[in-house]
Design a binder for this molecule. Structure first.
Ligand code: PAF
Length: 283
């Protein structure tokens, strides 16, 4: 049986463990997660393995990025299964603080991101989200002091927000985005897919089909606003409630009107029953 990686859950133990990992000038990559690990996370770990000598994975379901009406309480948690997966992926260290360790009594400091965090995408529907992500990710980067940190492109706006923070705060870390990992039917892997029934999974897969079609039409120089309108209707016709389907500049997330304003990224968020899904593709 493969041995579980070492798990630390307080900051002094983390610091000692990271110092030990760094011996011999070894580089460290961090993969921040909220656990409930799936193949998408394991692809991030593999990418981390390729880019650094040592790999640290953090597992922390961050309460400050959930609104009171969201799924913090029911968010899937299975540390035992996560540790088994991380052992097989040959991870060196797991940083798994509890809420009191991350936000001790008296905690009173927050990062308030702007720029990509105010692009009118996720922030328009989850106004609390990027403040919570920015604060916890900044803490994780300071706590683990990695050379590289890997984030999935599925949370595309989040990746842009975190890159901006690292640049703006001169954090000595390289932020790397990793491609979306999909089920064979195209559904982007997400811990929240666990909420979907079998029938909903099939419907959910159509989100990616429509996105790809939308990207193909925009690349073929069709009128962007018209394509977005028609693809939005397609998404709603299979049973989704659409939050947004937008064509944005792939780096700045600014709105684009023509293919000439690109490179373009299409981003979508839609709800299927109680489950909210996000996805994106390059044009
Ligand atoms: O993408 C996630 O899983 C989370 O938002 C992150 C980056 C681990 C911060 O809690």
């Amino acid at each position: 049986m493969t041995q579980h990686p070492r798990v630390v859950s307080n900051v002094p133990a983390l610091r000692r463990a990271i110092d030990a990992l760094r011996r011999g000038r070894a580089t460290v990559a961090l993969v921040p997660t909220m656990g409930a690990l799936h193949k998408g996370h394991l692809a991030l770990v593999r990418q981390a393995r390729r880019r650094a000598k040592r790999v640290v994975v953090s597992i922390f379901v961050n309460p400050t990025q959930f609104a009171p009406n969201e799924d913090f309480g029911s968010y899937p948690r299975d540390l035992k299964q996560d540790l088994t997966a991380l052992a097989e992926a040959n991870v060196d260290l797991v940083w798994a603080p509890n809420v009191k360790t991350m936000y001790p009594d008296g905690f009173a400091t927050r990062i308030v991101p702007e720029g990509p965090a105010k692009a009118g995408l996720e922030d328009a529907f989850r106004p609390h989200f990027f403040g919570g992500v920015a604060t916890v990710v900044t803490k994780l980067l300071v706590q683990c002091s990695p050379d590289i940190a890997i984030f999935g492109e599925k949370d595309y706006q989040q990746l842009k927000v975190i890159s901006r923070i690292a640049t703006d705060l001169d954090l000595p870390v390289k932020i790397v985005g990793a491609p979306i990992v999909r089920e064979t039917n195209g559904l982007a892997m997400s811990s929240r897919n666990a909420y979907l029934s079998e029938a909903q999974r099939e419907v959910a897969a159509s989100l990616h089909r429509v996105l790809k079609d939308c990207a193909r039409r925009i690349a073929g120089k069709e009128h962007i606003a018209r394509v977005l309108d028609e693809c939005s209707a397609d998404i709603e016709s299979v049973g989704f409630t659409l939050d947004y389907l937008e064509a944005r500049h792939a780096d700045s997330l600014a709105k684009v009107e023509s293919i000439k304003d690109g490179p373009i990224r299409l981003l979508v968020a839609a709800r299927l029953g109680a489950t909210r899904l996000i996805d994106n593709v390059a044009v």
